[in-house]
Design a protein around this ligand. Structure first.
Ligand SMILES: Cc1ncc(COP(=O)(O)O)c(C=O)c1O
Length: 372
């Protein structure tokens, strides 16, 4: 018997599997509808009318436009950017991988600043790159001096930073970004959640003035299209020909391109739902903050990270409580939140902001849990 698995590239064979969030029907059952607050999706979905329009799609038997021309033109008009600097992908995820495909040869260095979005380090591993971790400070801010030292020592090619960061929802102060932009590497700013942040934090337009800045965006969060997979990026002009060479030709489906275009036409509706989510985030934060055994972090995104104190009633000598236990107990009631078991985050959960009804059910369950 030939061991065909020995033909695999060794670093892929040795890589651990990525553990994505599972669809809810595979995760929890019960009389109450499931509340999915574990993947930072938009609880309101896309603007009304999009599903009907997609059902009448005339050209699904044809390959999609490989250059997503109509969508890029719509994005260019919406953001006042040249379409020539835009590229659309099957989610920001695809663009993260595409950027690495362009820059990372085996052994090349990528700087990762955990805790952050796990795909940066994971994808870099698939490219056999060397992932050098520069952990964030305890308050999740970046350790600028350590990043600068690592740049001098290791000459990394890429630095990915989510702004706001996932999982804490914090923003990078503008002065820190300015410092990072001076580094001799490509800085990829992942603005997947920027629509939920106060205005003025996006760097979308600065890409045109810089040679080493890429900004990524997605329709998954603010536009409620996570299931259709549409992300896009603004790239320096010199990089565009190389991106076009390396991307899969039909990477964004007909239906995804059309849905994203229609969503942009309903920017007013999306701004309203965004405002609802931001207001709900602040309400949820205040309610969580009032619980003595939970410490939520202020967030500029559509989720709230919370530290769960070991035991809400440790003085009463009751069994210790943990973030893992809370996550399991909530899931049993059909409320899905994200538990982290990574270093520095072991006692944390991340709750995506839902509708006011979601908040009400979540808070009832959490308060009951606190009482034991
Ligand atoms: C920081 C960050 N970037 C990118 C993504 C992926 O976005 P997309 O759905 O467009 O692939 C996520 C998804 O959770 C994220 O948290």
């Amino acid at each position: 018997m030939i061991a065909f698995d020995r033909l695999l590239r060794p670093h892929i064979a040795a890589a651990p599997a990525y553990r994505p969030v599972q669809p809810p029907e595979r995760r929890a059952r019960g009389a109450q509808p499931i509340i999915k607050l574990d993947a930072n999706e938009n609880p309101y979905g896309p603007p009304p009318g999009i599903a009907d329009a997609l059902a009448r799609l005339p050209n699904a038997h044809r390959y999609p436009d490989p250059e997503s021309r109509h969508l890029r033109a719509a994005l260019a008009a919406h953001h006042n950017l040249p379409a020539d600097n835009l590229l659309v992908g099957a989610g920001a995820d695809e663009l993260i991988d595409l950027i690495m495909r362009l820059f990372l040869a085996p052994g090349d260095v990528l700087l990762d600043c955990p805790p952050t979005f796990g795909m940066y380090a994971f994808d870099a591993g698939l490219h056999a790159a060397r992932v050098v971790r520069v952990p964030r400070q305890p308050d999740f801010s970046l350790d600028l001096a350590a990043i600068e030292r690592a740049v001098v020592r290791l000459r990394p090619k890429l630095l990915f930073l989510a702004n706001p960061n996932n999982p804490d929802g914090g923003l990078i102060p503008p002065a820190h970004l300015e410092r990072l932009l001076q580094l001799p590497l490509i800085l990829v700013l992942d603005e997947a959640y920027i629509e939920f942040a106060p205005p003025g934090h996006s760097r979308l337009h600065q890409v045109l003035q810089r040679q080493n800045l890429i900004v990524l965006r997605t329709f998954s969060k603010w536009a409620g299209l996570a299931g259709l997979r549409v992300g896009w990026g603004v790239f320096p002009g010199w990089l565009m020909p190389h991106l076009w060479k390396a991307k899969q030709p039909y990477n964004v489906s007909v239906i995804a391109q059309q849905a994203a275009r229609l969503a942009l036409c309903r920017a007013d509706w999306l701004a309203e739902t965004r405002d609802k989510i931001v207001a709900e985030r602040e309400r949820l934060f205040a309610r969580l903050d009032a619980l003595p055994w939970l410490s939520p972090y202020p967030s500029a995104a559509n989720f709230i990270l919370c530290r769960v104190q070991e035991s809400p009633r440790s003085t009463e000598r009751l069994p210790p409580r943990s973030a893992a236990q809370l996550t399991r107990d909530l899931a049993r009631q059909g409320i899905l939140v994200r538990h982290f078991d990574k270093p520095g985050l072991a006692d944390h959960i991340r709750i995506s902001v839902g509708t006011p009804d979601h908040t009400a059910r979540l808070l009832r369950a959490i308060q009951e849990w606190g009482k034991g």
